[in-house]
Write a protein that binds this ligand. Structure first.
Ligand SMILES: Nc1ncnc2c1ncn2[C@@H]1O[C@H](COP(=O)(O)OP(=O)(O)OP(=O)(O)O)[C@@H](O)[C@H]1O
Ligand SMILES: [Mg+2]
Length: 333
């Protein structure tokens, strides 16, 4: 009975000593402590590389070797390896070691391994999301520059030509009217193109930052936009771009769908967090998942989450819509 009690005690100590989300080093030193075996070494089986790695992630040349007085126990299921333990050889004479202790260590090691794999995969996923967005943004900047320096410049030059023509044709009213009509059309096309280029990636955002770009956007909007900005400094370019796109999509939606009388936009950086809140007083009923295809709000979720942020939409029927994005501001930013 006392042996059982002492093994129950050991098991309890495993749970007590190995903290949640323990590092491999912590697990190894906890096992050393529990078994009173300072030479104990723990190895994980690396599935991808098909070899053992030690607690620091350093691969072992072949099988981990047990020195004098030590023994090697494999930690594995019938179908797959989990790891290995080099320990005091005398532990082999204790039946509970193989029957109870090793299976427990097996569960703990596998759980730990799965957790670390998951965290690594999530990091990779977010990094690749961010790379896709950055590639998209670079393309938008390139298009914006090309439109600005190419088509827009040429149309503006043509506009000057037509303007001169209209002046020269003043004594021929019918032709002058046609020229003025063409001039107005062309002016409209230039304005639309400028608006389109700005929407792609406003140059003001890169040059003067989020607050300036939001002020300019609000001044251009076809609904009154009340601003409450507390943005004391420039933030990383991806962060400013994401916050800007949240505001611009929310304002565009308010104009397109909400039948609102106005928009209220608050952007504040405080305590390592950037929060952007855009509210309208329109019909509500907005929904992120309702669209089958990629949509404005769905795209924002990707953009915000790729930076470790969260996006929340509150839009009860008939009671307006509030979109809130919260981003962590990277330390050192
Ligand atoms: N402020 C709002 N007020 C009322 N309804 C909204 C509002 N914003 C969005 N919606 C509703 O939610 C849907 C999803 O919006 P979302 O921005 O994702 O797509 P969209 O505006 O229709 O298309 P896109 O943004 O791709 O041009 C809209 O189609 C609209 O029905
Ligand atoms: Mg939209």
């Amino acid at each position: 009975m006392s042996e059982v009690a002492s093994w129950l005690d050991t098991i309890a100590r495993i749970f007590h000593w190995i903290p949640d989300l323990a590092t491999p080093e912590q697990v190894q030193s906890a096992l050393r402590e529990i078994l009173d075996d300072p030479g104990l070494e723990l190895y994980w089986w690396d599935w991808e590389q098909e070899r053992y790695v030690d607690v620091a992630g350093v691969p072992t040349p072949a099988e981990p070797r047990a020195g004098p007085g030590m023994a090697l126990s494999r930690v594995e299921y019938e179908t797959r390896r989990i790891g290995a333990l080099v320990h005091d050889a005398r532990l082999h004479d204790v039946p509970e070691f193989t029957d109870t202790f090793l299976p427990l260590v097996r569960i703990a090691m596998e759980r730990d391994r799965l957790h670390r794999d998951l965290v690594a995969k999530l990091d990779q996923l977010n990094a690749s999301r961010l790379r896709i967005l950055q590639a998209g943004d670079a393309e938008r900047r390139r298009l914006e520059r090309n439109l600005h320096d190419g088509a827009q410049q040429r149309l503006t030059a043509s506009l000057l030509g037509i303007r001169t023509l209209a002046v020269k044709l003043e004594d021929q009213p019918e032709l002058a009217r046609l020229a003025r009509g063409a001039q107005e059309e062309l002016q409209g096309a230039i304005d639309e193109l400028r608006e389109l280029a700005r929407g792609l990636h406003p140059p003001l955002l890169a040059r003067d930052g989020l607050a300036a770009a939001l002020r300019a956007g609000a001044a251009r909007a076809s609904l009154p936009v009340e601003l409450d900005l507390d943005l004391p400094r420039r933030l990383p370019v991806d962060l400013e771009a994401a916050a800007y796109y949240v505001c611009s999509e929310a304002c565009t939606n308010a104009v397109k769908h909400a039948r609102a009388s106005g928009v209220w936009l608050r952007a504040v950086e405080a305590g390592k967090t950037l929060t952007v809140i855009v509210r309208d007083d329109g019909v509500g009923g907005a929904c992120i998942e309702c669209q089958d295809e990629a949509s404005g709000l769905g795209g924002l979720v990707d953009r915000v989450e790729a930076l470790g942020g969260t996006l929340e939409l509150v839009s009860p029927e008939g009671r307006g819509t509030t979109l809130t994005a919260t981003f962590p501001v990277p330390s050192g930013a």
